[in-house]
Write a protein that binds this ligand. Structure first.
Ligand SMILES: [Zn+2]
Length: 174
């Protein structure tokens, strides 16, 4: 069989998959997959259509919490202080396209503060009359609870998903 004929018999999809896999191996150590904002919101909508009342909010936050705890555990392996850990979180999440997180009025003694998030992941494909960032709220609660080594409550007081300029969360110890 000629080389050209052999080329023609190749499965183009398989080639594409191999190429993509090779690209990932070469460019990063990313061990996961990409999820579009609209797909993430479709998952949340599935939860909302299945469970009544406040259950979908609780479920989304419960999904985020262990992710936040785990993220904090990873960051604290190298971070020299709580302040450094918060800075690292902002950098990592900006790179990961979760949004631009900034921390304000953080009181390390009282365990309280304000978190602002611009372009938060759950607001990119979602409009509502009430705050929509339940997963992120749970994530931040998990992260901060691990960081402060005590249960921390997080409340979303502004949300760009309902037309505010940015999302804003307040946190306090429970
Ligand atoms: Zn929000």
């Amino acid at each position: 069989m000629s080389k050209e004929a052999e080329e023609g018999r190749r499965n183009p999809h398989q080639d594409e998959a191999t190429k993509t896999h090779r690209n990932f191996d070469a460019s990063s150590e990313l061990d996961g997959f990409l999820l579009r904002f609209e797909s993430f919101n479709r998952i949340k909508r599935g939860i909302e259509e299945t469970f009544a009342g406040s259950a979908p909010v609780i479920i989304s936050a419960a999904m985020g919490k262990p992710c936040g705890q785990h993220e904090c555990r990873k960051i604290m392996r190298n971070a020299e202080s709580k302040d450094a850990a918060l800075k690292q979180l902002s950098e990592l999440k900006k790179k990961g396209n979760w949004g631009e997180i900034s921390f304000h009025e953080i009181d390390y003694k009282e365990t309280s503060g304000i978190i602002r998030v611009e372009k938060a992941l759950e607001t990119r494909d979602r409009r509502s009359d009430s705050p929509v960032c339940h997963f992120l709220k749970g994530f931040l609660a998990g992260f901060l609870s691990h960081l402060f080594e005590k249960p921390v409550a997080v409340k979303e007081t502004k949300c760009s998903g309902k037309g505010d300029e940015y999302c804003e969360f307040m946190f306090n110890k429970l």
